[in-house]
Design a protein around this ligand. Structure first.
Ligand SMILES: Cc1cc2nc3c(=O)[nH]c(=O)nc-3n(C[C@H](O)[C@H](O)[C@H](O)COP(=O)(O)OP(=O)(O)OC[C@H]3O[C@@H](n4cnc5c(N)ncnc54)[C@H](O)[C@@H]3O)c2cc1C
Length: 392
């Protein structure tokens, strides 16, 4: 009988399995209904930054860099991390919030600094920077490949003793009284275990609901547009534009990946049936936003589009938490920002399974407790950005 069953072979489930093996718990089974990384993970933009207003998330992001930057040593393979640097720019109304947030980030170890407009102009020469009043720079920022990273976690966990069962669907979490005792699979067989980690993204919801546990996740489609810049941009950093609400990052092949960070209007979706192409409207928005911010891209053209789904909670932050069922830990609801923190998510899950508490004082487990939604005590930034409220 394995010690731990992990339900879901996405980034977070694989990170949890790997982190458990690091804590000496090697008798772990990852159960994945399709293949590793086939859920939201395979669609991730992979932006890596520590710019969070919520301190525990900034701490998780900066700790995670130690793994992403040194993946060949830590996980045994390259995970496609590119350290390009990260720039975030805000308008006049958000200057105070930017600086307050940066101070909190530094307090948990983030390397972030003020950068002036002339320096940003050197980094992104084709950009119109006039509407910005202040910028922050993270030299350790960049982007990674979430699919490769999930595979790397899974591979490292397996080399340490974990087992991966792909093409295997969990239909039920088994419990006796208030204690978990394993999972039932679609073929009717059971895997008995004293601990279950539920990391099945939006598909976690019905598995918990069967036990009367509410995980408030709604699913939304997020559309990505790849732009051919029509010129060689050189080594540009990831740019988060909190004035017109967009993020752009380079692709290894020279294209620009555009994401719309205006999350004030969300498009509800079914994660099992959604269009994988951006709508005409979304492409129009991308063309308008990229065109306005980067007027120097005179010969730019849309190269391709695709879409993925965010599993969104009421505060746009995940539940990484014990549950009313003893032995059951949930890690879901990453709301579109679970890549950059994934190594730290794994660590927190492993801590919860082994010790029942976080081993990192900067990452209190209480921040991510599932019960905060029912309590109405949401996890939000103390320095919210006006007009960009979903930037956590
Ligand atoms: C378009 C897009 C852009 C993003 N950009 C960024 C970004 O720039 N930076 C960032 O930090 N994050 C980003 N994210 C978020 C990040 O990619 C996700 O938070 C993360 O990949 C979620 O991983 P997960 O393991 O929780 O979920 P998933 O990858 O969805 O994994 C869940 C797994 O569970 C499996 N499963 C479901 N039901 C069952 C069952 N009953 N039995 C067994 N297995 C089951 C599924 O097949 C799936 O593989 C983005 C996400 C999207 C969609």
């Amino acid at each position: 009988m394995p010690e731990v069953v992990v339900v879901g072979g996405g980034l977070e489930g694989c990170a949890a399995a790997w982190a458990l093996t690091q804590r000496g718990v090697t008798d772990v089974v990852i159960v994945e209904r399709a293949t590793v990384g086939s859920g939201g993970t395979g669609k991730s933009s992979g932006v890596v930054r520590c710019h969070y207003g919520v301190s525990s998330l900034a701490a998780m992001a900066t700790r995670a860099l130690d793994v992403l930057e040194n993946a060949e040593d830590v996980l045994g393979v390259d995970v496609g991390f590119h350290r390009t640097g990260y720039v975030v720019g805000v308008g006049e109304q958000n200057v105070d919030a930017l600086h307050a947030s940066m101070a909190d980030q530094r307090a948990v170890g983030v390397r972030t600094e003020d950068i002036d407009v002339s320096e940003v102009a050197k980094l992104w020469p084709v950009a119109d920077l006039e509407p910005f009043a202040a910028f922050a720079w993270e030299e350790r920022g960049g982007y990674g490949d979430a699919y490769q990273t999930a595979q790397a976690f899974s591979g490292a966990a397996r080399r340490a003793g974990a087992t991966l069962r792909q093409g295997t669907t969990v239909t039920e979490i088994l419990a006796e009284a208030d204690r978990v005792r394993g999972v039932r699979l679609a073929d009717g067989t059971e895997i008995a275990a004293d601990h279950v980690v539920l990391a099945a993204g939006p598909w976690s919801v019905p598995l918990l609901a069967a036990h009367g546990i509410d995980l408030p996740i709604t699913v939304h489609r997020e559309q990505i547009v790849l732009v051919d810049p029509g010129q060689d941009l050189g080594a540009v950093p990831v740019f988060s534009d909190l004035v017109s609400l967009q993020y752009v990052r380079p692709e290894p092949g020279g294209e620009i990946l555009f994401g719309n960070s205006d999350l004030s209007r969300l498009e509800p979706a079914d994660p099992d049936r959604y269009s994988n192409r951006a709508s005409e409207h979304a492409v129009d928005v991308a063309v308008a936003k990229v065109g306005a911010r980067f007027p120097g891209l005179e010969h730019a053209a849309v190269a391709s589009t695709y879409a993925g789904c965010y599993d969104v909670t009421p505060d746009f932050n995940p539940a990484i938490s014990a549950t009313p069922l003893r032995g059951l830990v949930v890690a879901a609801g990453f709301s579109g920002h679970g890549f950059k923190i994934s190594p730290s998510v794994g660590r927190l899950v492993a801590d919860l399974v082994v010790d029942g508490e976080s081993s990192d004082p900067d990452v209190p487990a209480s921040d991510f407790r599932l019960s905060r939604f029912a309590e109405g005590d949401l996890l939000t930034s103390p320095h919210p950005y006006v007009g960009a409220g979903q930037m956590r």
